[in-house]
Design a protein. Sequence first.
Length: 568
Amino acid sequence: MRSRSLALSAAAALLVLAVVWAAPSRVVDADALSRLAMGRLLVEHARAPLHDPWTFGAPEVPFGNPEWLGDLAWYALYERFGERGLQAAAVSCGALGYVLALALGITLGGRPASVLALLLCTLPAAAPRISPRNDVHLFWLFPVLCWLCAREPPSARRWLGLLALGAVWANLHSSFVVAWPFLLLALRASTPVVRRWAVFVVLAYPALPFLGPSGASSYRQLLDHLLGAGVYRSLLSEWQSPLSSTGWLAIMPLYVLIVLGAGSFIAERPRALQVLMFGVGCALALASRRFLPAMAYLVAPAIAGPLEAAAMRLGRSARWLALAAAASLLAYLALAARSSAQRQQASVFDPDERQAAIAFLREHAPRGSRVANAFNDGPWLLWFGHGAFQHYLDPRNNLGARVLERYVHEVIADASAFEREAERLRIDLVLVPQRDPAWSALLAHLSGAARWRLSYWDGRYALFARDAPQLRAFLERHAYRAIAPTLDLRYLARRATSAPDLEADLTRLASQSRVHATVIRAYLQLREAGGRGPRAVQAAQAIEAAWPQLDDTAGLAQALQEIESGRR
């Protein structure tokens, strides 16, 4: 008994160390910013608004936040402990979930070593998902659910535990509905003595979201993701099936666990709970990359016992099979560790080009302005914008699949569709990510449209303001008169521009992107010198020094080539 306890303790300690090592040390998932912004909203307003205060893409959609409880917790942690404490809490959730999955696998008949091995092989796929998002709570919620259902028949105390767990889960994450099959399985195994408790819990479960401010929004979100599954899978990578993933190293254990689990279930007679865990876990993991951790908290604990029992039937061959499996696991983990060490990811809190553009908006845009934005910039706008303006939509997908589909295929893809949308929703500003090819056509349209004025440019982001009375003061202070958001500077030779306007623009540009202001000045100097003489050499050297910091080098190269052709 003592040796078994020592083995369990050693396996748990090793598992915790592995999770801490494999999980990100900083917050690298941008959706964490969305969760923090939602938590801050609830703290600052002390109630949930009727309509989303941030987005305007679908004003008719009621506001809802099924994850309000988790959002409050993340924001409280961040306020008290900062980014490091926030990520430490997420890693703690992941580590707790792995330890609970280890205990669950042992409860269901596995030995510590075999359960540990199965859990370790899931880490390359699951560890990147350990971030301050509310789906990280699934790591511990599912093992606790299965443990409460593991004893047959479940007692009245366990049914009360299931009710309490459901009340927390329903206000942490919309996946609480996945617990229903487990409750029905437990209900079937209940004795007549506790049947009334069981029926009460099962009937009360659908009402649990209404204990918090989210209300029916949990079901609205689930229905939207069910009906709009095709839209989300076609446009968002994390909602796509891992079957389409090229990251074979992380996905390979999923196939291995499915084969091993199916084979062991055929060879042995598993419990109904294990079959349900295996089926639900495989369905979740195969349906979406965001649910790949289901391998850890559902599949691995379910198959450990039957797999070990099936292996023991092989007699002496089982020892050699175990040694081969251990060697394969070590080799796999070594490859995964090497791949993980080569992956460099910046924290979402680190300064980047988004934050500079958002800071400009927050400080200078008229309060309450409506900003058309790139979908993936949404989390930064939510957190760093601090409610100073509204934006079109963001990855919370709170506006629904139809709005997202229309945004991608019409609003940013077709200039006329965008202009109709701008009129319908009174869009004031457009923040264009110049690195995103999906925005290239709209960028060209805005750059040439008389009703849109370039008002910020740092080479990565261009901000256009509508020429409207309510923005007149903003345009007077910030609109460019001569400079366009491109380094194909040939337009400067073909456009009649007054020297004072150009100089004022360059002064403004220097405060937003000194390197671009330097390059444009150097280009003008090079053109005025005709590509000859000491001034031309000095200008060419300035451009050469700035070149590594530029993105639009193809356009600049063409502009320089035109000067070179003229010199010849």
